[in-house]
Design a protein around this ligand. Structure first.
Ligand code: E4P
Length: 218
């Protein structure tokens, strides 16, 4: 399973990348706002740190303008993956970007299995179902991941399921169990994966006993 980090914070990306935990990055207009930088500068810097796909989102809602923005974003770096919304215009742009520009496309804001089916038919490289936002309205985000996995496997679609809006370590575990290809999560959630109270307790005990031996290694 690939780990993408869901942030435009360059410092956090660098830290996680050094830990070997970053296979790619997802950004969106809200994350760019939070970063305080320009989309061009921030995206370029992230792409210089991370080798994998870095999603940068178009903000136009109409096909022609989406294509113009996609071309601008694609020029920033070879590993920019163009993010388009799951609308009819977005799907049209997805198909055109894949066939005419030969670029990766991440179709975002997916909230139903039928939408994911459309993204696959448009040739998306990734589809982003938003687990956390589905949970927020009292439904089960994981159920959607399972449905999409089932449908894609039925037909051999090679669009990768990018479980997005992951807010907890349990979202990551469930996505892995179901077989999502990728999960994107904020840095704090990725770092929390390492935590277990028995690891902390065990380490504390080993270090205490080691001190009693009075030995040193090397
Ligand atoms: C995915 O690409 C989005 O940037 C992200 O996962 C949205 O997460 P949120 O619902 O926590 O804002």
């Amino acid at each position: 399973m690939k780990f993408f980090v869901d942030t435009a914070d360059v410092k956090e990306i660098r830290e996680l990348n050094d830990l070997g935990l970053v296979d790619g990055v997802t950004t969106n207009p809200s994350l760019i706002l939070k970063s305080g930088g320009s989309i061009a500068d921030v995206t370029k810097e992230i792409c210089s740190i991370v080798e994998g796909p870095v999603s940068a989102e178009v903000v136009a809602t109409e096909f022609k303008e989406m294509m113009r923005e996609a071309e601008t974003l694609a020029k920033l770096a070879d590993n920019v993956c163009i993010k388009v919304p799951l609308t009819l215009e977005g799907l049209k742009a997805c198909k055109a970007i894949r066939t005419q520009m030969d670029r990766m496309v991440n179709v975002t804001l997916c909230f139903s299995a039928n939408q994911a089916l459309l993204a696959a038919k448009a040739g998306a490289s990734f589809v982003s179902p938003f687990i956390g936002r589905i949970d927020d309205i009292g439904l089960d985000g994981m159920e959607l991941i399972a449905e999409i996995r089932h449908i894609y496997d039925n037909y051999g679609f090679d669009t990768e399921i990018l479980a997005a809006s992951a807010r907890t370590v349990n979202h990551i575990k469930q996505s892995a169990l179901i077989g999502a290809d990728v999960v994107t999560a904020p840095p704090a959630v990725l770092k929390a994966l390492v935590k277990h109270p028995l690891t902390d307790k065990g380490l504390e005990q080993f270090l205490a006993d080691w001190a009693k031996t009075g030995q040193k290694i090397g």
